[in-house]
Design a protein around this ligand. Structure first.
Ligand SMILES: [Zn+2]
Length: 238
């Protein structure tokens, strides 16, 4: 599989370059502006039920504009299904109320080597085209006295994936969250994913994958980084 390395510096701090690009260019280049997901100040004035009603109304408009007959039994429930799926499932990570609580445990075993949770399958959506991004996330940290439940690492990945995303931001958001929870810089993330907006439209490259990475603290050390990468490449023996 051909892979292209995407550098984190595509998270542009200077928006002036973006202002000079049109909507198609920004989408095709998949450029994002900020580590934080851009949210409106009044993002949570409406509750979930109100959001579902509003999205249902507008999605019906989209379908009808496309020429679809919403009287058809197969189609008539689609606006409601899509609205519910957006709010309750695939974009539920926009709501901080859905953030997994971070329960930490004492590092009783004094395990102070790196812990790698690899092959975490995730499904996200590209914020430029609203079509799926899916792949594997590999997460690692070196304990600074506290440890986190393994399923919690998975849940944190899922929480940030359930937003309209760009892969670079997803990578950094997971890393920063883990650094904050575990109170250590020693966190590494590698995400290997496929973007349907690249494989099914635009350049129609069916085989390309995008790799993004984050190496914080001790992981910036080449030996530690290589150890992490070796574990990811290791074939499971069971
Ligand atoms: Zn896209």
């Amino acid at each position: 599989m051909k892979q292209k390395e995407t550098m984190l510096n595509t998270l542009l701090k200077d928006n002036s370059i973006l202002r000079e690009m049109n909507a198609d260019e920004i989408g095709n280049e998949h450029i994002s502006t900020n580590i934080e997901t851009p949210m409106k100040k009044d993002a949570f004035v409406m509750n979930d039920e109100e959001k579902i009603k509003k999205i249902e109304f507008h999605f019906k408009e989209i379908m009808e504009t496309l020429g679809l007959d919403l009287n058809d039994d197969s189609l008539k429930g689609t606006p409601q299904r899509v609205a519910k799926m957006y709010v309750k499932e695939i974009f539920s990570g926009l709501d901080p109320a859905n953030k997994p609580s971070a329960k930490l445990f004492e590092n009783k075993y004094q395990y102070n080597q790196m812990l790698v949770e690899k092959d975490i399958t995730f499904y996200s959506n590209c914020e430029h085209h609203f079509v799926p991004i899916f792949g594997k996330a590999h997460v690692a940290y070196i304990s600074n006295g506290k440890v986190i439940g393994l399923s919690k690492l998975n849940r944190i990945v899922q929480y940030f994936a359930k937003r309209p995303q760009v892969q670079e931001r997803l990578t950094v958001q997971i890393a920063k969250e883990l650094q904050a929870i575990l109170k250590t810089d020693d966190v590494a993330i590698l995400i290997d994913a496929k973007h349907l907006c690249v494989s099914s439209r635009g350049v129609q490259d069916h085989n390309s994958a995008t790799v993004t990475s984050f190496y914080g603290g001790k992981f910036a050390n080449e030996t530690t980084k290589q150890e992490f990468l070796k574990y990811i490449e290791m074939k499971t023996q069971y």
